[in-house]
Design a protein around this ligand. Structure first.
Ligand code: SF4
Length: 326
């Protein structure tokens, strides 16, 4: 079994609310660029910006819209409507705008979406803005994204280095897992070996139960197990961690690395050491880099992205074949 970190060298496509990428297309002609906080890391992904309200043909500037009679799910079942400030019913054009955006995400092959918090269209878990009620979550487009199983990242979390680190590692694991073929128990064990430490951090109760199941199950006795394994593990990867769990996990893996390899990473501190969130994010990133360079599986971040041009050959990484010179 290959026990090293999984290294992805292709950029992952991610959908994003256009206004969160700085496009001045909100109802008031404004936008906010949350990607600038990622610095150079922004170029590690392919961004696919969409705006359901623009695709609905509502224009910029426009009257803000709100949900009436229920949440975004209720709009799709016909129990709620979308209205603008003047009371005009824009439900049908909004549905069309959402469908168009979803098609664009499909063409981009995006599995994740960075949504604008507080929007009655793109919002997912919270649709209040500055304490003003703007309908119940999720929004109309957010409802579609949830139904289709997108990995959903709130745009506000890109502004926190630690929260983004947490989203990024789970996104990479989620993306890799979505591409892995699962047809035998060997496939399942290989995935589990790589992802179990992260799962233990995110949901220890579930991970323990899954560990017991895997120790006893025979695939021929449980034909539905593969689908269940894929769904449940994908759902666990969507769960954010906490600062405490991240620092504990970092220290646990670092201690193991130090013992096994006889090397230290100066930046990494114990969980008791008081430092700010940005410093913790730097320590985690440093440990990630050290692990890849040393061909060590850092269980808290088992899947990473590296630009193929900057990657030094390492075990577990298959280099592209160099064609013979003509
Ligand atoms: S519909 Fe979405 S992308 Fe468009 S302005 Fe509103 S939150 Fe931004």
């Amino acid at each position: 079994m290959d026990k090293s970190t999984v290294v992805i060298t292709e950029k992952i496509p991610i959908g994003i609310s256009s206004c969160a990428m700085g496009s001045p297309i909100r109802y008031n002609g404004k936008g906010i660029d949350v990607l600038k906080d990622l610095g150079r890391e922004k170029s590690d992904f392919i961004w696919c910006p969409v705006c359901p309200e623009c695709m609905a043909g509502l224009g910029v500037p426009r009257d803000p819209v709100h949900l009436s009679g229920g949440d975004g799910n209720a709009v799709w079942t016909g129990e709620a409507v979308v209205k603008n400030r003047k009371g005009r019913d824009v439900t049908e054009v909004m549905k069309t705008g959402c469908q168009v955006c979803l098609e664009a995400l499909g063409r981009c092959h995006a599995v994740a979406f960075v949504y604008m918090d507080g929007s009655p269209s793109c919002g997912v878990y919270r649709t209040t803005l500055k304490n003003q009620r703007r309908g119940n979550p999720p929004g109309v487009f957010g409802s579609l994204l949830l139904e289709k199983g997108y990995f959903l990242i709130p745009s506000s979390d890109l502004q926190s280095p630690l929260r983004w680190w947490d989203w990024r590692r789970r996104l990479l694991a989620f993306h890799w897992f979505s591409t892995v073929e699962l047809s035998t128990m060997k496939d399942v064990y290989e995935v589990w070996y790589r992802l179990k430490f992260l799962c233990q951090e995110l949901d220890n109760t579930w991970a323990r139960e899954m560990g017991k199941t895997l120790a006893s199950i025979k695939l021929k006795d449980a034909p539905d197990f593969l689908a269940q394994f894929r769904k449940e593990l994908s759902d666990v990867l969507r769960k954010p961690s906490t600062t405490k769990r991240m620092t504990n996990s970092l220290w646990k893996h670092y201690s193991h690395y130090r013992k096994q390899r006889g090397k230290t990473v100066d930046e990494v501190q114990s969980p008791e050491f008081k430092r700010n969130l940005t410093t913790i994010a730097k320590e985690l990133t440093r440990m990630e880099r050290t692990a890849v360079e040393d061909d060590y599986l850092f269980g808290a971040s088992p899947v990473i992205y590296r630009d193929a041009r900057r990657l030094k050959p390492a075990a577990g990484v298959v280099e592209d074949e160099v064609p013979p010179a003509p």
